[in-house]
Design a protein around this ligand. Structure first.
Ligand SMILES: C[S@@+](CC[C@H](N)C(=O)[O-])C[C@H]1O[C@@H](n2cnc3c(N)ncnc32)[C@H](O)[C@@H]1O
Length: 260
């Protein structure tokens, strides 16, 4: 089980919020009654859904007790917002759910396309499903991480760790999930060019997310692993004029009655 650290994750809150806002900007014209945010994390972004549709009942679901502890404060004062600890794999869609949002979470769920496929017939017939998944596996940050993990010094301790994050498919794979079920769907992708400040900004970003399963598997050796990764990331993402530019590709898919 990967342990999340809301403090580390929140260090780039603006950059991490941007895809969520881009995703949900495609939901104009909807007036959902029941909204579910799968892998809601610390809940600040889920709260934007509760504020946007005050008549709707909004539920954020996440498996991490640490992230949900931070979400408690977000729910206070918002009677239409609640959070629940549950694995996405165990979430049961019901016919009264008319909007499912999931931002930067499904990549943590192996078999998520099959899961998505299984949900569609069980949701409200006019339900909308809006998903954003990182598609940056070929970025230098991910390639360097995998290369280091495969080196003899680390390979045994890190065997299988890369599989904790599911291989993200191509856009067509996600569109087909909806098309096969007769749903309307649209997809787009964006490569954000995050302009980050601070020392070792890409490493710091990764420590909040992608590095977590590696650090968990390495335990006391995690710092030594990070010390080896640091110079490689510095070379790949040089800090110039006080900033590091971090390219980050993300896939967006919105299925259902997409507004024209
Ligand atoms: C990168 S964070 C995204 C959080 C939030 N959606 C956002 O956009 O800021 C990924 C979240 O997915 C959650 N997560 C990962 N695997 C999960 C699973 N199998 N079931 C439920 N939540 C999961 C993690 O606990 C974490 O809060």
């Amino acid at each position: 089980m990967v342990r999340w650290d809301p403090g580390l994750y929140g260090a780039f809150a603006d950059e991490r919020a941007r895809p969520f806002l881009d995703l949900t900007s495609r939901l104009d014209g909807l007036s959902p009654a029941r909204v579910v945010d799968l892998g809601c994390g610390t809940g600040e972004l889920t709260a934007t859904l509760a504020d946007r549709w005050p008549e709707a009942e909004v539920t954020g679901i996440d498996s991490s007790a640490e992230m949900l502890a931070a979400a408690e404060a977000v729910a206070s004062g918002r009677p239409n917002l609640r959070f629940r600890q549950q694995a996405i794999q165990e979430w049961e869609p019901t016919a009264d759910v008319d909007l499912v949002v999931s931002n930067a979470a499904l990549q943590w769920v192996p078999g998520h396309r099959e899961l998505l496929r299984s949900w569609l017939p069980r949701l409200h017939p006019a339900a909308t499903v809006a998903v954003q998944i990182p598609g940056n596996e070929d970025s230098p940050s991910q390639v360097l991480l995998r290369q280091l993990a495969a080196e003899p010094r680390w390979a045994a301790a890190l065997e299988g760790v890369d599989g904790v994050i599911a291989r993200v498919g191509g856009m067509r794979d996600y569109l087909d999930v909806f098309l096969e079920s007769g749903h309307r769907v649209e997809g787009w992708e964006t490569t954000y060019q995050h302009v980050l400040t601070g020392d070792d900004a890409v490493l710091q970003w990764m420590r909040g997310t992608r590095l977590r399963p590696y650090a968990a598997a390495l335990g006391a050796s995690a710092d030594a692993f990070i010390d080896e990764l640091r110079p490689r990331l510095r070379a790949a993402y040089p800090a110039e004029h006080g900033a590091t530019v971090f390219g980050f590709r993300r896939l967006f898919v919105v299925g259902g009655p997409v507004p024209a």
